[in-house]
Ligand binder design. Structure first.
Ligand code: NAD
Ligand code: ZN
Length: 346
């Protein structure tokens, strides 16, 4: 099959690799109709990925059709239209049954396309372990673009907003307005934010957030957020970049008693937190990775009800056969690019 594979920094290739087969009786194979490129893929692309492996198939966001199921799969059949949640669990232990796959007690918490261990989904087919727990039927009325954003970006943003305990009327600042940050803007609105302040280096991304009702922060965020909040700072700050500098910024634009919630993937092993400031301001700090399965029930209901529109982050549909160009484009953040969706049939 055709697939995108990683060969080193800035070297993602369109390749031909073996079709996947189910790992065991609990697994399934999905024919991918659409797959997304995530900001986490850019960490790999830039050469600071999650494993030293080379040559593996990348990608962890996919929607498609089930084409093969193992004998123990009971909730899905060949022909079902599904979204493949980016996070995986065993579907057997108590945390996984509750959707908290990051807490898998059998050590089977994972994600596609971060290394050779679990091949990715930027391909014509993807093998899905413990399919009953790691596939979700796409409800009627939910488009493929929406479902694709629901595999990872929307749940991550929702998780960040949920952990920040946004109260009605809060001023929420979102740092980083890629697809995850834009979804965080929408999540903050659903949680009842009074104002959402949108921070990014890219003017077009600030404009995209403004078009959705956020207030773009133009100029130095440290000064502008203070100005916009009469010196107080933001009640909640969501960091959706994945850099020490933006976590530091988050702490510095936070109001007294604020919650700072980090979802950007950060690979630092030490971070110079301004303890005096954090303590004086009684900041709450949360950071984590999203268990997609846990966030999806609420998000699917909100999507079906039309209260949240995950598809708004999608800006480009490109062929998988041009995957190397698609990575370059998403990495450049130029020309109004947001979420890039790839078509494996083209
Ligand atoms: P993206 O790369 O499209 O977005 C990052 C944005 O941050 C860009 O718009 C960039 O311009 C902006 N940015 C960079 N430096 C900045 C700075 N100094 N100040 C302000 N803005 C700055 O990626 P994305 O797909 O939106 O993902 C965002 C982050 O979320 C990534 O780190 C990704 O790995 C992470 N992520 C985490 C999870 C999770 O489970 N926690 C899941 C998916 C993605
Ligand atoms: Zn992701």
């Amino acid at each position: 099959m055709r697939a995108l594979t990683y060969h080193g920094p800035f070297d993602v290739r369109v390749d031909t690799i073996d079709d996947p087969t189910p790992f065991d009786s609990e697994a399934a194979v999905v024919a991918v109709r659409a797959c997304g490129i995530c900001g986490s893929d850019l960490h790999i692309y830039e050469g600071h990925g999650f494993s030293p492996d080379l040559g593996f198939c990348v990608g962890h966001e996919a929607v498609g059709e089930v084409v093969e199921v193992g004998a123990s799969v009971s909730r899905f059949r060949v022909g079902d239209s599904v979204l493949v949640s980016a996070s995986t669990g065993c579907n057997d232990c108590a945390p996984c049954r509750a959707g908290y796959v990051l807490g898998c007690e059998r050590g089977r918490s994972g994600c596609y396309g971060l290394g050779s261990m679990l091949p990715g989904s930027q391909a014509e087919y993807v093998a899905v372990p413990a399919a009953d727990g790691n596939l979700v039927a796409i409800p009627e009325g939910v488009s493929d673009d929406a479902a694709l954003v629901l595999t990872d970006n929307a749940p991550t943003a929702w998780y960040g907003a949920r952990r920040a305990r946004i109260q009605p009327g809060d001023t929420v600042a979102v740092i980083g307005l890629g697809p995850v940050g834009i979804m965080a803007v929408l999540a903050a609105q659903v949680f009842g934010a009074g104002r959402v302040l949108a921070i990014d280096l890219v003017a077009e991304r600030r404009a995209a957030a403004a078009a959705l009702g956020a207030e773009p922060v133009e100029g130095d965020p440290r000064l502008v957020v203070r100005e916009l909040t009469s010196g107080r700072g933001a009640d909640v700050v969501i960091e959706a970049v994945g850099a020490d500098a933006t976590i530091d910024l988050a702490m510095k634009i936070a109001a007294r008693g604020a919650r700072v919630s980090v979802v950007g993937v950060n690979q630092s092993s030490a971070f110079p937190m301004h303890m005096q400031l954090a303590q004086f301001n009684e900041l709450e700090f949360s950071i984590g990775l999203c268990s997609v399965q846990r966030e999806l029930p609420a998000l699917l209901a909100l999507t079906r009800a039309g209260r949240i529109a995950p598809e708004v982050v999608v800006t480009h549909h490109l062929p998988l056969s041009g995957g190397d160009d698609a990575y370059r484009l998403f990495h450049s953040r130029e020309g109004g690019v947001g979420k890039v969706v790839l078509d494996p049939s083209a």
